[in-house]
Write a protein that binds this ligand. Structure first.
Ligand code: SAM
Length: 265
């Protein structure tokens, strides 16, 4: 049942509301985050506070971003939380994380059981702020975690793998079954830790070009790159870069995508 009432709240499908109710999983996530008193923790989608309450026990202050007005009001009124919590009622996709880091004068530690419908665009939004983020812990669809960590030459390796691995070191933490949520989602979930590199292994001059190369390559992933990247590179240019034009998108490493991005004029 998708809309069952939970703690008097009617779960809203359009906001991807699947509330955690499994104490073992909740404790494991908090243990993985290891919140410390003076750190700037930021939760995306706190919902009914399943993670917010246990994390708040470790920190002096916590910022939460919640789109659902009813849930935001509940959080503001929560007697266990109100003196520690800053509740921002907003779409996390439009939130300025840079400004928050400036205001708190600290790098951010971001976490959340993310609404699955926005998890990928939200991660891309956060990657743009990677320089002011210490780490991120997210509950995602298991399939998304598999794609985040995928290595070249596998069917799961795609644009998300390249872009995420460009910015972050990625560590799967925990698998979570549908029964840990109310209402139960149809798919398995997993928690992942993303740690933005302080010094990236490979640097691109322009991130938009890396984004474009990966989009063009993976949009036609069955084709060889001599065809899929023909709008951007000639066969001679690929050969000059020591990249075999007969490879397919999934055969190229993150380093090779960075090389291509830097070679494009
Ligand atoms: N953290 C809670 C838990 O673990 O039980 C709730 C998780 S639920 C999967 C996702 C939460 O994100 C909901 O509270 C939902 O209202 C909120 N949400 C959905 N879209 C959002 C958005 N664009 N910005 C901020 N919060 C959002």
């Amino acid at each position: 049942m998708n809309n069952r009432v939970h703690q008097g709240h009617f779960a809203r499908k359009r906001f991807g509301q699947n509330f955690l109710h499994d104490d073992y999983i909740i404790e494991s996530i908090v243990a993985a985050i290891q919140p410390k008193a003076d750190q700037a923790l930021v939760e995306i989608g706190p919902g009914l506070a399943a993670l917010t309450v246990p994390v708040s026990k470790y920190v002096d202050h916590l910022t939460v971003i919640e789109i659902d007005r009813d849930l935001a009001s509940r959080l503001i009124e929560n007697p266990f939380l109100h003196n520690k919590l800053t509740v921002i009622e907003q779409d996390a996709l439009t939130f300025d994380f840079n400004l928050l880091a400036e205001q708190l004068d600290k790098p951010l530690r971001v976490f959340g059981n993310l609404p699955y419908n926005i998890s990928t665009p939200l991660m891309f939004h956060l990657f743009e702020h990677a320089n002011i983020i210490t780490d991120m812990h997210f509950m995602l669809q298991k399939e998304v975690v598999t794609r985040l960590v995928a290595a070249p030459n596998s069917k799961d390796y795609g644009r998300l793998s390249v872009m995420a691995q460009y910015y972050c070191q990625i560590i799967p933490v925990l698998e979570v079954p549908p029964t840990s949520f109310k209402p139960a989602p149809k798919v398995d979930s997993a928690v992942v830790r993303l740690v933005p590199y302080k010094e990236k292994p490979y640097l691109v001059n322009d991130i938009k070009t890396l984004s474009r190369v990966t989009t063009e390559a993976f949009n036609q992933r069955r084709k060889t790159i001599r065809n899929s990247l023909s709008n951007m590179f000639t066969v001679e240019q690929l050969v000059e870069l020591n990249i075999d034009p007969n490879l397919r998108a999934e055969n190229l490493t993150v380093q090779q995508y960075c090389q291509l991005a830097n070679a494009w004029k």
